[in-house]
Ligand binder design. Sequence first.
Ligand code: KG4
Ligand code: ZN
Length: 379
Amino acid sequence: MVGVVLPASRIRRNGRAMGETLTILGLESSCDDTAAAIVRSRPGAAPEILSSVVQGQTALHAPFGGVVPEIAARAHAEKLDICVEQALAEAGLGLSDLDAIAVTAGPGLIGGVLSGVMCAKGIAAATGLPLVGVNHLAGHALTPRLTDGLAFPYLMLLASGGHCQFLRVDGVAAFTRLGGTIDDAPGEAFDKTAKLLALPQPGGPAVEAEAETGDAARFAFPRPLMDRPGCDMSFSGLKTALLRTRDRIIAEKGGITVQDRADMCAGFQAAVRDVLAGKARRAIDAAPQGLTALAVAGGVAANRAIRTALQEVAAQAGLPFVAPPLRLCTDNAAMIAWAGLERFRAGERDDMTLTARPRWPLDTHSPTLIGAGKKGAKA
Ligand code: KG4
Ligand code: ZN
């Protein structure tokens, strides 16, 4: 499919004017999901996701207890073409119906990002279609504009297995990081907690389900960095506190009961919830007046307790709360196609010199985050 060369007459090149219908193919391969999607925007109409294909790699990495970069990269290289073909077929389109190809060019696991960039370059070279490199974090951060038509500026909490940051989003390429995790991402902490308690991966849904029957008040887990000003967060200490609690119970009773486990999950989840909600309140206070909403993205936004707490924070600040549907909160290619579409509409293009970047901070003015999660060093 990548080798198909279109007749020159059917190739649409750069130069589509603002306000025209745009149809963009997006590719995502920065972590453990291989994805391709097609998004279309028509003047005066809400954007449409014509197709969105995601092939996860959970089963491939499960025996190793975490994402193995080499396995991920190989799987992306094998699956990207298939995902692109499926995305085109589901949308009922051919390559000649596209206006551009958007691809995640970072940050992420470099082998995976490279696979996506090479695939996109191959299609661009074969078809003459323009190429747009997209920052994965911008994909997440711009999703509320795809789903809800949100106007700038808004506050975005990105909370997943690989990222955690508060961003003020002022434009397609204007992001200010108000704070972020200095160690683990919250999803990563949920995953590690699940592992410590012999629950399945991904840990978030498993810990949330356990927490439902647990007593959050039984164990006093810390609320890290809440005693310090600012919006930075820390989650690795929480996981250590949970480990100590688990080992203390085992030492006392010779093992943990189902109720002990539920209580630990409830206590852990309440601590993450309080930190995210407390820091969201601060981020709102730190942002200038005129925010249109508090928006969330990332797998952790699926957690009902966390979602409800953030909703309350937004309501107290008089802001709408925007949480895109879960399939668009977690890693997907529709967000990459959309972010690419926004960049393309703004006149931005990349060429064959586009490089894959393991690190790519959205806000180059903020100090580098030092934590390392399942995607490697944080952007
Ligand atoms: O955004 P995502 O699909 O992938 C990236 O990490 O980029 O997020 C996955 C993360 C995992 O760490 C998973 O445990 C967490 O989101 N997660 C949850 C829940 N569902 C998924 N965390 C807490 N509660 C949940 N219900
Ligand atoms: Zn992501």
